[in-house]
Design a protein around this ligand. Structure first.
Ligand SMILES: Cc1cc2nc3c(=O)[nH]c(=O)nc-3n(C[C@H](O)[C@H](O)[C@H](O)COP(=O)(O)O)c2cc1C
Length: 192
């Protein structure tokens, strides 16, 4: 069976550069034989994590659904914007909710353990958001995800795409293809 990847982006912005990069990466993953589910992390999908809300009402339905979706995939393809050197709260909030146990769903499969991740960032700035990736890498590692060493931070993302929303530079496309290919190999190697 082909490797199953869940692809999502940390920006809710309609014309997000990181989502554009993710879309190109998803095409690359499908061309390489992976089965990819694209997830839209809308900013209104989940409330900001609140322990009182969890204690009184349990996990929101969207968090339960996300936990099941994470568990049903072998790896995660994640594209992030950089906000002040960090990945954005949308991503953190989602990953935090998904990490919470669901006592009313006994024997629920692990959403993170045994999974791989490949990381992308994009920014109109020269560094492409590269400063947010070590933080995201650490968070995912804390959650039990094995993060691939290969990553791509796309600088000058405002001029990096052509009219068809492909990467204009063949070298950058090659780097993206490597991030995706490494993730697929890693996910296949560690999947249980
Ligand atoms: C609060 C905030 C902080 C930002 N900090 C950074 C930064 O540290 N580095 C950077 O390259 N761009 C930074 N930017 C600019 C973003 O890279 C830019 O808005 C980008 O388009 C956001 O990603 P998106 O296109 O995927 O939505 C920041 C933007 C915001 C709103």
């Amino acid at each position: 069976m082909s490797v199953r990847l869940l692809a999502f982006c940390g920006s809710a912005r309609r014309e997000s550069f990181s989502r554009r990069l993710l879309t190109v990466a998803v095409a690359s993953a499908r061309a390489a034989g992976a089965a990819v589910t694209e997830l839209d992390l809308r900013s209104d999908l989940l409330p900001m994590y609140d322990g009182d809300l969890e204690a009184t009402q349990g996990l929101p339905a969207a968090a339960l659904e996300l936990k099941a979706q994470f568990a049903a995939h072998d790896g995660f393809l994640i594209a992030s914007p950089e906000y002040n050197g960090f990945f954005p709260p949308l991503l953190k909030n989602t990953l935090d909710w998904v990490s919470r146990p669901a006592p009313k769903v006994p024997n629920a499969p692990d959403p993170y353990g045994g999974k791989a991740a490949g990381l992308l960032a994009a920014s109109p700035g020269a560094l492409g958001g590269i400063r947010c990736l070590p933080h995201l890498r650490l968070l995912l590692t804390n959650l039990g995800v094995t993060v691939s060493p290969a990553q791509l931070a796309l600088g000058r993302a405002d001029i990096a795409f052509d009219a068809d929303r492909n990467l204009a530079d063949a070298g950058q496309q090659k780097m993206l293809d490597k991030v995706v290919a490494d993730l697929i190999r890693l996910a296949a190697a560690i999947k249980v």
